[in-house]
Design a protein around this ligand. Structure first.
Ligand code: ADP
Length: 233
């Protein structure tokens, strides 16, 4: 399914898509595919935070320890970054949030921001079983040059540990080591997963999709179909 499957009017009504799910559930992959088919930007808080660390600025220095340990960056810092990002012109027709909100405070801040602008919010919950998450996270490799993601189990490069596109040696994300993966999954269970009950209580539009054993393109089709059905109502 592509954007052509969604009428112009329905696309107009899609404003804030929240991709929600544990580390390794495929939020980033789906966000990138949705960018191509919906033509609205991906806002990944993980990527934004990593950029600050790479830039070596004050915020980056403050948060690098937290991220290396697999913890969550304080709400006020993430909220400020997101609000500043959402004000930019490319978000005017809508945006895809990847990895945000992750706490109750973030969810409330986002909701207030959206309410003030009369923007619709749709949460897409990607459900993946624990064993698949571990496999995905431990097998993940990335090209440091072009950013292409690989997985040793499901999307291996043609040549061991080498990027198919530019021949660069692939790297493991610093927080994809076994002990940090455990911390990230714990943080998800403690602080993020409970948001599902909160979204339900608050009557938010929430779509749950089984994302365990579905190839990315097939999952994209399921997401687009779910959006179509939701926006039809
Ligand atoms: P994943 O979903 O696989 O954990 P991300 O790139 O979304 O990957 O996040 C990586 C790290 O960035 C998190 O472990 C956390 O330290 C930080 N982070 C990302 N988004 C948030 C957020 N919304 N709130 C707090 N910390 C965040």
């Amino acid at each position: 399914m592509s954007a052509q499957g969604l009428s112009a009017e329905r696309r107009e009504r899609i404003q804030a898509l929240v991709l929600f799910g544990p580390p390794g559930s495929g939020k980033g992959t789906q966000a990138k595919l949705l960018v191509q088919c919906l033509g609205i930007p991906q806002i990944s808080t993980g990527d934004m935070l990593r950029e600050h660390i790479q830039a070596g600025n004050a915020l980056g220095r403050e948060i690098s320890g937290i991220m290396r340990a697999g913890g969550l960056v304080p709400d006020e810092k993430v909220n400020a970054l997101v609000e500043e990002r959402l004000e930019r012109p490319d978000c005017a027709r809508g945006f895809i949030l990847d990895g945000y909100p992750r706490t109750r405070q973030q969810a409330e801040a986002l909701h207030r921001w959206l309410l003030r602008r009369n923007i619709d919010e749709l949460v897409i919950h990607l459900i993946v079983d624990y064993n698949s998450l571990i496999t995905r996270l431990t097998g993940r490799r990335q090209c440091p040059l072009c950013g292409t993601l690989y997985n040793l189990f499901s999307k291996a490069p043609k040549q061991d540990e080498i990027c198919d596109l530019d021949g660069t040696k692939l790297v493991i994300r610093e927080d994809d080591s076994a002990s940090v993966i455990k911390e990230r999954l714990d943080a998800y269970d403690r602080q993020t997963q409970p948001l599902i009950a909160y979204f339900r209580e608050e009557g938010r539009r929430l779509l749950a999709l089984d994302a365990s054993s579905v190839p990315p393109q097939e999952l994209l089709q399921k997401i687009c179909q779910a959006i179509r059905e939701d926006t039809r109502g």
